[in-house]
Structure formats: structure tokens, C-alpha cells
Design a protein around this ligand. Sequence first.
Ligand code: NDP
Length: 671
Amino acid sequence: MTTLLESYAAGHWFRASDEGEPLLDATTGEEVARISARGLDYAAMVNHARSVGGPAVRALTFHQRAKLIKTLAQYLNEHKPELYDLSVRTGATTRDTAVDVDGGIGTLFSFASKGVRELPNDTIAFDGNLETLGKHGTFVGQHVYTSRPGVTVQINAFNFPVWGMLEKLAPAFLAGLPSIVKPGSQTAYLTERTVRLIIASGILPEGAVQLVSGSAGSLLDELGVHDSVAFTGSAHTAGILRRHPNVLDGGVHLGVEADSLNCSVLGPDVQSGDPEFDLFVKGVVTEMTVKAGQKCTAIRRVIVPAAVASSVSDALAARLATITVGDPRDPDVRMGALASLGQRDEVRKAVEALRSEAELVFGDPSRSMGDARGAFLSPLLLRARPGAVQPHDVEPFGPVSTVLTYDTLDEAVTLAARGKGSLVGSVVTHDGAVARHLVLGLAPWHGRILVLDRDDAKESTGHGSPLPMLVHGGPGRAGGGEELGGVRGVLGHMQRTAIQASPDQLTAITGRWTPGARRLAPSEHPFRYSLAQLQVGHSITTEGRTVTLDDIEHFAEFTGDHFYAHTDAEAAARNPLFGGIVAHGYLVVSLAAGLFVDPAPGPVLANFGVDGLRFLTPVKVGDTISVQLTVKQITPRNSADYGEVRWDAVVTNQDGSPVATYDVLTLVAKS
Ligand code: NDP
């Protein structure tokens, strides 16, 4: 008797009230587990996420959430062997499992790092700059992101049981949302095992992750405004979800990543024997065979110049002939099985449809390979007849690609566009003009485009790898959703709100000092204060300093910057902006530092840069400058005994006109 997969619901592992449906080993046909969600209380899960998970996650700052994600990544890394052992039952080779398991863990690491580096140690994030709304500076606007008090339901496809979950979980958790994960049933035993590890680790707060093993049942009926569904799978299921009343009228946000007939285009500049020719062929074969082609990003359409179509087909066929298909436990095997016999039937049906308009160049869809109980299929390459329609409509979710030909670049773009929107396209060319023409033509139809040539090939991550820092998703048929993309993927889960208020109120609300807000006069120079003592708004105004011709000449001599506007009176007089000698901008910034710095050793440890430096008014000989320096933002670093302090710096001249504005970034000891 095999195990019945359980759901993790409202703080407990739940076992269904029936025996469930069998899930079979993709290679041997043996039963791996059974699955059922009968009796699962979906309403209780949603309530648990909203009342327990959400508040616990939202109580943490972005940095604290990022730290937990990193700890979780380290924990899963230590438990990889058991995931690898189970993954083989999905038909995956070791290379396939690396994409799923290591790829998923890598995504957690990447989001953990982005969360600390690119988001504040706070629960609120800023979008864009301050907008001045009134003439006198008492009414300003700022867009901010806050966490939604809801839950995100993640419905995943069977093909990436680990990565599919983790790539959605990481940005949602960073955004302060609890997740309910619903994996594709066929391979749900691997997701269940991963969720068991996550729950047993105790790293994430209770309620942050729940699992549905089995049907999604009435889950969507329980959702409302502030809840979201992130779906990956077939266009058919996406259509059902799009028509759900809570999506149509209930305010539930639905993100879709569905069928995608991705293409790879070979540039007309590339001839057999060029490095790009080999790169193209290798890329197509890799995408056909990794995960036995069961990848949403795999290349389905191979678009090549008519003149080289035969040599491309021959080269692809020759390379495909070297691919060994069979038991993924055998280290010599390059391609394992499809996830199930049912999936293989689906692929065979799709190939039949394609063959009405295309010749088979390589492989035999009816040939049985390896263990007869396993879902093995040989890679299949087709070559479309002119005017073929099916390759732009039918998605064979397996090791199948179709070669299509073009005569002009515009024709190549038209063919690519007939996919009606894809997740990813690649362009293989060493000609910059060809690259621009194709990329600009393809971009409106794609979420990501790889431009491959001899220069980036070595470091290229390939056509089919979604990367945590780049957007994954595509327009039109690909679903229109967007996932990953670094911090974009986090902010996409949050609510953006435009706040209109006085500078003082905005400072109080955001915790960041807003220009125009009250300044606090510290009793000592703020450089004497530790992070614990500094307050947002602490401010000093320095003495004045008169800039002399001697200063400017000295700076020119000392730095070697002899630009005429600082050194040649006659030429400078003809400059329409200056009308005479002006101080170097960097001299002004350097003098400003000389004015505001408190030099003695103290809690200020380092200056690590400036942001947004602008020179607004030229400084002429005899002008007197002074600086107003104000603590704008204080960001303690969780794992260090110092934090970051952002200072608002305004340099003004004797008339009070701003000469330069910028943020000074320093590291300050916590105590
Ligand atoms: P499905 O669309 O059938 O299933 C995807 C997910 O949706 C699964 O978790 C499934 O659960 C769930 N689901 C199915 N029906 C409903 C429903 N009515 N309400 C809520 N959830 C539902 O895709 P598959 O994973 O089975 O793959 C089938 C085909 O989809 C593939 O052959 C391929 O063509 C395409 N596909 C495309 C991908 C892409 O991104 N381009 C990725 C993966 C698949 P359950 O498994 O329990 O039915």
C-alpha cells in the first residue's frame, strides 16, 4: 500500500477521507503515491492564511523576511538528496532535477539577496520620487507599496514540482503574503515532500505556507478582494479560472502563465561553419530534450532562413541522434520519460496534428523505447510546409520542434508573431543590425528575448532558463502574466497607493524624512550620534565658505581637471550657460563635505556613495556656499553592528539658491 499524500491545512497535516487516485512512476508505471483532497476544508485554509499567516509575515520587515528565505534556502540545500531521489520518479534525469530543485533553491537565494539590497528594512516600499503638488511645498505626493491583507493561491503545472512552487513562494513571502500551494497532481509527491521539509524546519511563520494535495475544489470560491491566484498550466484551465465569478466580479487578481509556442530565430548572416550556427543547433536540441521538452519555455518553432533550412535540419537531426533516451537513473541517459502515459498520448496527438502540414525529419512518435510501462518518446523534429498554420497553434508539450523558413527579416518577425504571444524568444546572430531588427520586431510578442552569439555564449544561461532577476511571463497566448523579475515580482503582489499630504505627515507615515518637513536640532553634531541615537529629521546647517579663484585653480591643478569653464576666462565667458569661470561641481561637493563633516573618530564608519547628485546653479568666484544636512532615512542591518544612514544634502549660495542637491550614504555604528 503506497502513501496517500496529505495536505497541510490550518496548521495540521490533513489526510483525505478516501483512498485517492494513484500517481504512477513515469518510467516504471509503479504506483508512487495516491492523491486526494476529499474532505479538505478550503474555507478554513483561507481563514488560517488571513488570520494567522498574513499577520505573522506582515509583522516582519522586508529584510527579516529575506533572512528567513535565505535560511530556508540553506535548509533545503542540505536536504537535496532526498528530493533528487524522489524526482527521478517523475521521469527526470539528474540534469532535469538540477533545473527543478537547484533552480528553485537558487531562486530563494536570489530573492533573499534582492530583498536586503533593494528593499528597505521596513514594511513599506517607495515607488518613484516625491511629487510637489503645491506652490509653497506644503502639499506633496508620494507613491508607496504596502502589503495586502490577503492570501495568494499558487496553482502550478506538473512539470516543475519544486521550482514552480519556490519561484512563486519567494516573491509572495517577501511581499508579506501567505501562500496556499496547489501543485499539479501528477508530480505532487515531490512538492509534498518539499513542503514537509519547509514545515518541519519551522523557519517560516505558521500559516505562511499551506498545501493542497489534490483538487483545488472550492478554493477559489473562498477568495475575495486582496487575494490573488498565480496559475501556471494549460490555456484550457486558465480559461476556466478566468471565468470564475470571484475573478470576474469579486476582485480576485489572476496571473496566468499558459501555453507558449516559443521560437528561436537564426539570423540571415549565419552560415554553416559559423560559431552561431552551432550555438543555434545546440540551443534547439537542449530545449527539445531537457525535461523531455516539458518546459513552458522550450523552443517549439525553429525559424531559419530558407537558404540554410536543409543544413539546419540535417545538423539538428545529427545532434538529436546522439541523445540517449531511457531510464533517468542511468547516468548515460540524456533524456528521461514524459511525466505520464497520458501526457505522452497528448504529445502524440499534437504531433499528428502537426504532421498534417509538416514532414517528420527526425524520430518516430510510435516507436516504444525503454521500459514499455514508462512514458518514453523519442525527440521529434518536423519541417513545416509553406503556409503551415498548425505549428503556430498546437503546443506539443514534449520533445518536439518544427522548422519554419523565412526569406526576409520582416517575414521572420511575422512568423514569430503568429505564436500570438510567447514567454521567450531567442535570436542567434552576430550582426548588430539584424539583432536590432529582430529584437524590436519580436519584443511586443515576448516577455524575454535572448540574443545569442559567440561573445555571450560561454556565459549565456540559455534560451529556456527563467532567471529570478528577469521577468518570466509573456503577452497574449502566454497568459499575460508576469512573475520573477527581481523586486518587480515582489511589488507586483503589493498595493500601490498615492499618498497626498504635508511633508510632516508624509515623514510620519513613511518613516523617511520628506523635503519641507520639520527639522530637529540635535544638541551635538549628528556625526557624534550612534544609529540608536540618531533620529530622522536631525539636521545641521553649516557655516558659509567663500569660493575663490585660487580654490578653483588649485583644484584644477591638483586633480588635473583643466576643463576650460574652470580655467580659461575667455573661453568660459563665451559659454552660454556660465558666462565666466565657474567652480568644478566636484569642488563644490568636496567643499560641502569639508563644511558638514565632523572629523573626530566616532560612530560614522564610512561614506559609501551619493545618490541623485544634481548641480543646479553655477558657483562663481566670490560666491559663498553652505550646506544643510538632514537625516533622511535610517536602515539598521539585521546581521551587522552598523546600519545605513541616508542624509539629505542641500548646498545653497549666498542668495539661498540651491547649488547642488544629493543624498549622502553612510554606514553608522549601532551603538
Ligand atoms: P493543467 O492546466 O491541466 O493543470 C495545471 C494546474 O491547474 C494543476 O495544478 C491542475 O491540478 C490545476 N487545475 C486543473 N483544473 C483546475 C480547475 N478547474 N481549478 C483549479 N485548478 C485546476 O495543466 P497540466 O499541468 O496538467 O498540463 C497540461 C498541459 O498544459 C500540458 O500538456 C501543456 O500543454 C500545458 N502546460 C503549459 C505550460 C506552460 O507554461 N506553457 C506549463 C505546464 C503545462 P491537477 O493537476 O490536480 O488537475
